[in-house]
Ligand binder design. Structure first.
Ligand code: PEP
Length: 257
């Protein structure tokens, strides 16, 4: 299966001209699309512009949402439904990012409901983020495993019985909180260890093999291949570096055919 490289722009940038500037990183790069699939999760207001720029550049890039509602439709000011995303041509939705869990109080139950909404809308896959805090990491391997298992099982609740989850339609991202936006990425060994454990939990509990698990946390042009080059790591979720035109261009060059 292809490795998925997903770019999470978070709430950046504020100016349209900066959006256009960053997008120019995609101009003239020949990505190895047999090996990699690229997805971009910008602030939703930029999606129409971004999709037309990619059309003009003939860039084969998937579109993603950073979040969605667990409801199908309704009087929910400020929310976006997965169906709206599907009808726009969205392929992926990031679900349960640690920033949403921390600042917006998202629980495992909400993450589970959102993953269900994404799959129910017919979107290719939710990208479900899990990861431990530094406090948990410092407690050791058993504490990390306990936390990760709780998040994975919480996110997957009743998903398999929906008959919509196949091994290709649910993706996890291991994003240790201490590595997000800090410039201190996990080591590839640390990432491989937890990712292997996530796959073990999914296989043991749901008999699903081949679920893709990405790594995210301070990935940049210099270290991306250290993660993506590992057999156990099925791609990367890149935040800050993906909204910096130069850094993004350098990342894309690493994925060159
Ligand atoms: C993220 O937002 O998912 C992320 C991993 O951020 P950063 O790459 O900036 O650490």
């Amino acid at each position: 299966m292809k490795k998925l490289i997903a770019f999470n722009w978070k709430m950046h940038p504020n100016k349209l001209k900066d959006v256009e500037g960053v997008l120019m990183a995609f101009d003239g790069v020949d990505i190895d699309l047999d090996t990699y699939e690229i997805a971009i999760a910008p602030p939703a207001v930029y999606l129409p512009l971004i999709s037309s720029v990619f059309y003009e550049l003939k860039a084969d890039i998937s579109l993603a949402l950073q979040n969605c509602s667990w409801e199908h439709e309704g009087a929910l000011t400020g929310e976006l439904s997965a169906e709206m995303g599907k009808n726009f041509g969205i392929d992926y939705v990031i679900v349960g990012h640690s920033e949403r869990r921390t600042y917006f109080g998202e629980t495992d139950e909400m993450v589970n409901a959102k993953a269900k909404a994404v799959l129910g809308a017919g979107i290719m896959a939710p990208i479900i983020c899990v990861g431990e805090s530094l406090t948990i990491r410092n407690k050791g391997k058993a504490a990390i495993r306990q936390h990760i298992k709780k998040q994975v099982i919480g996110a997957m609740k009743n998903l398999t019985s929906d008959k919509v989850v196949t091994n290709k339609r649910v993706i996890f991202a291991y994003e240790p909180i201490w590595a997000i936006g800090t410039g201190k990425a996990a080591t590839p060994e640390q990432a491989v260890e937890v990712i292997a454990y996530i796959k073990e939990v999914i296989e043991a509990n749901y008999k699903l093999s081949g679920v893709r698990v990405l790594y995210g946390g301070s990935v940049n042009a210099k270290n991306i291949m250290e993660f993506v080059g590992q057999d156990a790591i099925d791609g990367a979720l890149v935040g800050g570096a993906s909204v910096d035109k130069k850094e993004l261009k350098n990342i894309l060059k690493k994925l060159h055919s």
